[in-house]
Design a protein around this ligand. Structure first.
Ligand code: COA
Length: 143
């Protein structure tokens, strides 16, 4: 498996949108298009894809405006390819390529165990939505 920066001219936008859908709060087609446009046009926002046998198996979107701190905005792996190390690989490789020493993100209860397994520390934070727990996770990438 290898990672590449998303390129609107080279990658299948439909395939990328299907995976981005899984990591987006309100994934209408218009919202996904504007997220992709934001990644493509904003130099501080980077979207990487993971490819294997020419299939896109996962995506990670990072805001690097606080470099060397990177903030994960989106991360998702195709359901049939989960638990094969792709999510962890996307985080580690992207941090290397972008020269990030700290990674932060906010997530819900579904994914917090994944981040803890990847070495992040987590702290529960106030949630905007009743009944939905939110966590802020942080990892020092150069330890
Ligand atoms: C969260 C997600 C990206 C993880 O991707 P993945 O490729 O399956 O993760 P990895 O294979 O790298 O997992 C590394 C470790 O994390 C832990 N882990 C992964 N998914 C987990 C889960 N659902 N529950 C508990 N632990 C989990 C495991 O310890 C795993 O190691 P193991 O398989 O050897 O036990 C993937 O489940 C996903 O796309 N979920 C839907 C979208 C989402 O929630 N994104 C995060 C939003 S911030």
């Amino acid at each position: 498996m290898y990672i590449e920066l998303f390129d609107i001219n080279r990658h299948d936008v439909h395939e990328v949108k299907e995976i981005l859908f899984m990591a987006t709060g309100n994934p209408t087609s218009e919202n996904l298009d504007s997220l992709l446009f934001e990644y493509y046009s904003n130099d501080n926002h980077s979207l990487f894809i993971c490819k294997e046998n020419n299939i896109i198996t996962g995506i990670i979107g990072i805001d690097c405006s606080g470099k060397p701190l990177g903030f994960i905005k989106h991360l998702a792996v195709l359901p049939e390819n989960r638990r094969r190390g792709i999510g962890g690989h996307l985080i580690n490789e992207t941090a290397k390529v972008l020269g990030l020493s700290i990674i932060e993100l906010e997530t819900d209860q579904d994914a917090v165990e994944f981040y803890i397994a990847c070495g992040f520390s987590s702290k529960e934070i106030k949630s905007k939505y009743p009944g939905i727990r939110r966590f802020r996770c942080v990892k020092n990438m150069i330890e």
